[in-house]
Design a protein around this ligand. Structure first.
Ligand SMILES: C[S@@+](CC[C@H](N)C(=O)[O-])C[C@H]1O[C@@H](n2cnc3c(N)ncnc32)[C@H](O)[C@@H]1O
Length: 221
């Protein structure tokens, strides 16, 4: 199946989300095709690990509208939200204020995080690296590792590759190309996160019969 993409310029830099907002014509908008269900499932798995490893300081990289951070802040975790799009960080700031939740919000890039080494007990990357080129993805993974304390946890959601979909992108010059690899096998996941100890890797099927990986892993000492 092919997915059509409509782009909108968002500024310079790496990562397709930065340059475009996309609509997936025959699946529906992102949040309608199972993200909420997936997020619920991921947190059912992840929160017990946060408690087990006494994780308190959490960064959500590519936080979008901050659904995860609000969920975590309400449960007493210290949360920092980071996104590359100002409109997302503005939305999070506004809704955190309205709900009187104490959430730090940073405008920044997943491949060059503007935070120091070892600052967090856990890092989230939920449906963010999907649009990265492979070198960006590797940088983003090593940035997650860098900002985590030894033994820190990650929660990652990425699409699995057992049903291949191609996403066509319209480039700045009007040409159309296939989006780079955005679905991953188990081997890809294990290679990508080889510096982490896997605590849980599971495949979840959500709306429209789409499969995603939920990964919980621990930074090695
Ligand atoms: C599909 S949304 C997912 C949002 C959120 N994690 C969730 O699960 O609802 C992807 C988010 O990643 C952000 N993003 C994309 N590239 C990024 C980058 N290089 N650095 C930081 N955020 C990025 C986008 O702006 C967008 O908010």
């Amino acid at each position: 199946m092919q997915v059509n993409v409509v782009e909108k310029k968002e500024g310079e830099g790496a990562g397709i989300f930065r340059r475009m907002q996309y609509e997936i014509s025959n699946i529906g908008k992102f949040d309608q095709y199972g993200m909420e269900e997936l997020r619920r499932e991921a947190f059912r798995d992840f929160v017990p690990f946060l408690k087990k490893y006494k994780a308190q300081d959490i960064i959500d990289i590519g936080c979008g509208r901050g659904y995860e951070s609000k969920f975590l802040a309400k449960r007493g975790f210290n949360v920092t939200d980071l996104d590359i799009q100002r409109r997302q960080t503005t939305i999070v700031q506004k809704s955190a204020k309205e709900k009187r939740l104490d959430i730090d919000v940073i405008l920044g890039d997943a491949i060059k995080l503007p935070v120091g080494d070892g600052k967090f007990d856990a890092a989230l990357s939920l449906a963010v690296m999907v649009a990265f080129k492979s070198d960006e993805r590797m940088k983003a993974v090593s940035e997650m590792e860098r900002v985590l304390r030894s033994g820190g946890l990650i929660l990652v959601i990425l699409a699995s590759d057992d049903k291949a979909y191609s996403i066509k992108l319209r480039n700045d010059d009007g040409s159309v190309t296939n989006m780079e690899k955005w679905q991953f096998s188990e081997k890809d996941m294990r290679e990508m996160f080889q510096n982490f100890e896997f605590l849980l890797l599971k495949k979840v099927t959500v709306a429209y019969d789409k499969n995603f990986w939920i990964l919980v892993a621990k930074k090695m000492a």
